[in-house]
Design a protein around this ligand. Structure first.
Ligand SMILES: O=c1ccn([C@@H]2O[C@H](COP(=O)(O)OP(=O)(O)O[C@H]3O[C@H](CO)[C@@H](O)[C@H](O)[C@H]3O)[C@@H](O)[C@H]2O)c(=O)[nH]1
Ligand SMILES: [Mn+2]
Length: 739
């Protein structure tokens, strides 16, 4: 007899219809545009023809935009949504154990209180506590974080039972006490208990604050491995409360300046090995320290897919969206990364599944162990791939179903020996000459380890699922100021282009390994940094041509003008449709355009530059964790929808320079066409400048109209003026000067 399914899907039919029509129309006009570009160059011999270099720049920009668009259209092919039936899950005794991995790297940028809230929220997951182990990786080896996790454990002994007793969904104490909308007010004793716990939470916070002052938030890049099972040294280990607590383990891997540590991927791989020895759960939840569990049922939701007999054999991970609690209504920096999680991931979900997104996913341990595991079990080979730890190799073959199977808790002596072994697998030399980071675990070749690892998993035949329930399963905080947003974006784009330029380039490596549409989705994602080229070119070259009276677009009365205007409108239109159908507003749509342009000339540009420098060995890999401490004033401006331009000149200069150039060309174009005529010929270029200016209006405002602290600093404006002047001069002499 067929059991009831644990989940179901719904295909968004209207979107499928609209999206595919768009793809058809848009590709037709793109072909027309290419024909026009080529023929106008070959056959237009009059004095106004575009000189070769500008023509090449414009044509290659248009081709590149077309290529990126084509890859992107794969996301629109078959968007779906899913729902789960929690009540159909097997009884608790039959649920598989889960390990939770949380990473932190810097007690200053990532305050321990915040990290502990993530730890506590995952301890409070609605899952049999005997089947839950929480591992915190502390890359900073900070005594403050170690102290904090001990305190968190003590507080957790009150918090976790409280959450379980009243079925509290939001397991993050900080968020819980600042909202308290969970309604359990009628249950007898609830309010009193809640008040008591709030007092205890305040004490916990105070103890961290005092420790912060006395211990200090120091990071160390040179320290031995330090692994501790929290609470197990407690003399009352056997008391009944602890039996209801999940296991909590603090892991600070060994770090030496002489050995590369491979950032977050390196940490996660140490956690894989350490947890393999300690709990070895078949499923793993990965969380960044800035993301807490906002719905304690997420583990059960994920199990609705992992335990589905039909899909489980190929399912590698269940990805939840990254959602953020600090997003304002207008979200001027697109901090929510809205488009990714409401349009692209549901689109990929209708194919082989979404891209691994770094955090908020439940992954099958087996999927991370690579192909090497499937081979006939030859101990020598296994050692070569997985490293020399016998204890870890043994874990590859054993299956544990709950904590009670575990030696660490049962037996003091072998417990000590096991901890010794975990330190061994936590050393930087353990991975030397093994397949860790190359084939096994999270992969090292890119700083966007998530994207790259997910891609390789899909290439190996695994699939994934996007689970996006009404109530956000996880909530985090996203950078809400221009500087942090762009610095983070630069890192991502470095990593993405790295993959694009490597032998794993999705269009080459992915072909034949994943279905074509999935291949296109992956290609689009890693090709995104390339947007910087067409955006830079199209914000400079047509403008320089305009200033020299050279038309680059067909005149308004020509039939060739139609494909250009249709392409423009259909691009704006499909995006508007995507935003509106997913609950967004026109204002958000317009913001997304602006943020895209801003990122194209800064984060995409610097990211590409970084990737190239790395490719040629000029620069080393780096991963600066995003700042998680918000500045009050900046947050206020963000909430009000006012841009904050307190950022380095390096980030501002490209934006301001392009705006100045477009102001010059727009004013010149209008003036010239009014006085001397020629509207029809130059309309395209004048309009382009106009469009760039209205999209980037906040930059004009920040440069010329604002006086507050968040305006564009005059020094950046001056510097950009100089840059624009140079570009004008260069453009005139190089492209157009004819003796
Ligand atoms: O050497 C390091 C650097 C970072 N981290 C941790 O990695 C996580 C992500 O770092 P964060 O600074 O928050 O970067 P984001 O840009 O916000 O992270 C996004 O991008 C990363 C890839 O660049 C992914 O790993 C993340 O999951 C994804 O949320 C944090 O928990 C860090 O503590 C480490 O453990 N070790
Ligand atoms: Mn983050």
């Amino acid at each position: 007899m067929e059991a009831f399914p644990l989940h179901q899907i719904a295909v968004d039919k209207l979107s499928v219809y609209i999206n595919r029509s768009h793809t058809f129309i848009h590709s037709t006009v793109l072909i027309c545009m290419i024909v026009y570009r080529v023929s106008s160059f070959l056959f237009n011999k009059d004095s106004q023809a575009i000189p070769l270099i500008p023509w090449l720049l414009i044509f290659s920009s248009e081709l590149l935009l077309g290529f990126i668009w084509l890859m992107k259209s794969a996301y629109n092919w078959r968007p779906i949504s899913r729902s789960v039936f929690l009540e159909r899950l097997p009884p608790d005794d039959d649920l598989p154990p889960i390990d939770v991995f949380i990473c932190t790297a810097d007690p200053v940028r990532e305050p321990p209180l915040k990290v502990m809230n993530t730890v506590l929220s995952s301890m409070a997951l609605d899952y049999p506590p005997g089947k839950l182990s929480v591992y915190l990786s502390d890359d900073a080896g900070s005594s403050l974080t170690l102290y904090a996790i001990h305190e968190a454990w003590d507080f957790g002994r009150l918090w976790v039972p409280f959450c379980r007793k009243y079925a509290i969904k939001n397991g993050c104490p900080e968020a819980y006490f600042s909202t308290t909308i969970d309604d359990h007010g009628n249950k007898i004793g609830f309010q009193e208990e809640q008040k008591n716990i709030e007092v205890e939470y305040e004490k916990f916070k105070e103890s961290l604050r005092i420790a912060g002052e006395s211990i200090g938030a120091k990071s160390s890049q040179d320290h031995p491995a330090m692994i501790e099972i929290i609470g197990s040294k407690d003399p009352v280990i056997a008391d009944s409360d602890d039996a209801k607590m999940p296991r909590v383990v603090y892991v600070s891997r060994e770090k030496r300046p002489s050995h590369p540590h491979n950032f977050k991927a390196g940490s996660l791989n140490v956690l894989l090995r350490v947890s393999g020895i300690i709990s070895n759960s078949p499923y793993i939840l990965v969380l960044d320290c800035d993301m807490y569990c906002n719905d304690s049922t997420s583990a059960r939701q994920a199990m609705c897919f992992h335990l589905d007999q039909k899909m489980c054999s190929s399912l590698a991970f269940v990805q939840f969206p990254q959602k953020f609690g600090n997003i304002s209504k207008n979200d001027i920096y697109d901090a929510a990364l809205r488009y990714i999680f409401v349009v692209m991931w549901p689109g990929m979900d209708g194919l082989r599944g979404p891209i691994l997104s770094g955090t908020c996913f439940y992954i099958k341990r087996e999927a991370l162990y690579g192909r090497s595991r499937e081979k006939d079990v030859d101990l020598v080979q296994l050692k070569q791939s997985f490293g020399p730890s016998n204890e870890f190799l043994r874990s590859l073959k054993t299956k544990r179903t709950s904590h009670s199977d575990n030696k660490v808790v049962d037996d003091q002596d072998s417990g000590t020996a096991l901890l010794q072994e975990t330190r061994f697998v936590g050393s930087p030399t353990y991975e030397t000459n093994t397949a860790w980071g190359k084939e096994i675990g999270f992969l090292y070749d890119s700083v966007v380890e998530d994207y790259f690892t997910g891609f390789i998993l899909h290439c190996r035949g695994w699939s994934s699922v996007f689970c996006n329930p009404q109530r956000p399963a996880f909530l985090g905080s996203s950078p809400t100021n221009l500087s942090d947003t762009l610095i983070q974006g630069t890192r991502w784009n470095t990593g993405l282009l790295e993959v694009f330029l490597s032998r794993f380039c999705p269009i080459i490596y992915g072909l034949g390994r994943v279905p074509l549409l999935d291949c296109m989705c992956y290609a689009y994602f890693s090709a995104q940094p390339l947007y910087c080229f067409p955006v830079w070119c199209l914000a400079i070259v047509p403008q320089l041509c305009l200033l020299n009276g050279i038309p680059v677009y067909p005149r308004v009365s020509s039939p060739w003008f139609i494909p250009y205007s249709v392409a423009f409108l259909s691009t704006l239109g499909i995006h508007l449709w995507d935003v509106l159908r997913t609950g967004g507003t026109t204002r958000i749509w317009w913001n997304e355009w602006r943020v895209w342009m801003i990122k194209s000339v800064t984060a995409y540009f610097y990211g590409s530059l970084d990737a190239l420098l790395k490719l040629f060995g000029v620069k080393e890999a780096s991963f600066v964790p995003t700042n998680k401490v918000a500045d009050g004033e900046q947050v206020k401006r963000y909430q009000l929808g006012i841009y904050d331009f307190q950022a380095s000149t390096m980030l501002l200069a490209p934006l301001v320079t392009l705006v100045i150039l477009n102001m010059v060309s727009f004013i010149w174009g209008i003036g010239k066409s009014t006085l001397a005529g020629g509207w029809g010929e130059l309309f395209g270029q004048i309009f382009l400048s106009f469009f760039i200016l209205i999209v980037n209006y906040p930059i004009i405002e920040g440069m010329m109209l604002r006086k507050d602290k968040g305006r564009i600093p005059p020094s950046a404006t001056l510097f950009s003026l100089a840059c624009s002047f140079l570009i004008l001069l260069f453009g005139y002499t190089a492209f157009f000067y004819r003796s």
